[in-house]
Design a protein around this ligand. Structure first.
Ligand code: SF4
Length: 121
């Protein structure tokens, strides 16, 4: 079974929270999916980098165009199979309502599809 690491940007805003909520949902429903700590990679924390590398494929979940999740993976020379950008792809605007779950079910459904595609390769 291909292990797939999902790295949420985890930003302090609605879209950052959506990346975390979507990652948690995927981890709960699919044991092949692993939650990759977003900060440990660019900070060079070796144990977290080693844990992340136990996954074979990666999905970067970026809340906004700053693309922090993708950059965190780049910091350790990992190229994700898929990078998702919530504001651009789902027409979301950043706000400070951490409870805003607009488009969450659609995002989870799309990530599920990406996971299935990666696992089928
Ligand atoms: S990608 Fe955007 S929302 Fe996510 S941590 Fe970076 S600045 Fe914040």
């Amino acid at each position: 079974m291909t292990k797939i690491g999902i790295l949420p940007c985890g930003g302090a805003c609605n879209v950052g929270m959506l990346t975390i909520k979507a990652t948690i949902a995927m981890v709960k429903e699919n044991e092949a999916v692993k939650y990759v700590c977003p900060l440990g990679l660019p900070l060079g924390i070796q144990s977290i980098i080693a844990q992340a590398r136990q996954s074979e494929k990666f999905i970067a979940l970026n809340g906004c165009e700053m693309e922090c999740a993708s950059k965190a993976l780049q910091a350790v020379s990992i190229t994700p199979e898929k990078a998702i950008l919530l504001t651009a792809e789902y027409g979301l605007k950043k706000n400070k309502n951490f409870d805003d779950e607009t488009k969450l079910s659609e995002i989870i459904s799309d990530i599920r599809g990406e996971v299935d595609l990666i696992m089928a390769k």
